[in-house]
Design a protein around this ligand. Structure first.
Ligand SMILES: [Zn+2]
Length: 312
């Protein structure tokens, strides 16, 4: 997974409101109603708007889905107007104050302190391109991995006078992949294991036959490993630095993949899984993309772990 927070800042947003004092609780997405967003924000002087990242569309300056870092994550961006925060919810509950409060708690009325904000180039009516959706998911997964747990939010959760970022199928797909939105958001407590800080797509490992499989780290033993096939290694449980419990993918007798926890001491030979096919740049990119898709699927699997187990 690339370290997006280490990208060079070639376009620094003009509006930097100082060091952020809040925790990082959410990522807020906008549709910018324009393109070349990062370069626009360098000289923006009308609205005081800034963000930490933009996700661009193809222009003479930027590539489709290109993630551009415009402010460090620990600076306060100006993407939400704190004096106009909505108190109501959309009739269908998809966007609204309830979800913002759930995500930010007491920071709800001072949101720019506790969020990382992202402007997605394009219009709310048209939605993001497929590559922009991939980039939204990759950037969210990267931030989620580094901060432990963040929740996806939208400008409209704070502003009922704006459609931003809209309700296109592409935007809804992006939010669904990140865990849902509004009343569809998955609030089951099992979600605490959704993100493992060591989460890296495309890793495999060996697990000793006879190793116990558990439904949660330290929880009920549900089965034992048979055979010596390599297993996908999805990550580790908190505390992040202890590496005590590892999450692996296993195939049940009779077919069907699921995830299960094993004592990390029982795994060995952690190595990259499917490697890119050859040395050409395109193959590398394609390999990275399929690793990303696998990673997103794994992330979803981690998110959908049910109360009694970890079924896919
Ligand atoms: Zn917006």
């Amino acid at each position: 997974m690339p370290d997006f927070h280490k990208l060079p800042i070639k376009y620094r947003a003009k509006w930097d409101y100082g060091a952020r004092s809040g925790p990082t609780k959410a990522v807020v997405f906008h549709m910018a109603e324009g393109t070349d967003v990062a370069s626009y924000l360098v000289t923006e002087r009308r609205a005081g708007v800034s963000v930490q990242y933009t996700i661009e569309q193809k222009t003479s300056r930027f590539g489709d889905g290109e993630i551009v870092r415009t402010l460090p994550e620990r600076r306060i961006s100006g993407s939400l107007a704190p004096d106009k925060i909505r108190r109501d919810n959309d009739p269908d509950g998809y966007y609204g104050a309830k979800h913002a409060k759930y995500a930010l708690g007491d920071w709800w009325l001072n949101p720019n302190e506790a969020v990382i904000s992202v402007e997605v180039a394009g219009r709310a009516d048209d939605g993001p391109t497929p590559r922009q959706v991939e980039s939204m998911i990759a950037l969210f997964a990267d931030i989620d991995r580094r901060y432990g747990r963040v929740i996806p939010l939208a400008h409209r959760d704070f502003a009922n006078y704006k459609a931003c970022p809209g309700r296109t199928p592409a935007i809804k797909l992006a939010f669904r992949t990140m865990g849902g939105h509004g009343k569809d958001f998955d609030q089951r407590p099992e979600r605490r294991f959704m993100s493992t800080r060591g989460f890296i797509p495309g890793q495999v490992c060996d697990v000793q036959p006879g190793t116990g499989l558990h439904d949660t780290p330290g929880g009920k033993r549900i089965a034992v490993i048979e055979g010596d096939a390599p297993r996908a290694l999805l990550g580790y449980a908190p505390p992040w630095d202890a590496h005590e419990w590892a999450l692996i993918s296993v195939t049940e007798v009779g077919g069907g993949n699921r995830t299960a926890w094993v004592r990390a001491g029982k795994i060995a030979n952690v190595r990259p899984g499917a490697q890119p096919g050859d040395s050409t740049g395109n193959a590398k990119a394609a390999g990275w993309e399929s690793a990303l898709v696998r990673g997103v699927e794994s992330l979803q699997a981690l998110r959908t772990m049910g109360p009694g187990g970890a079924g896919l």
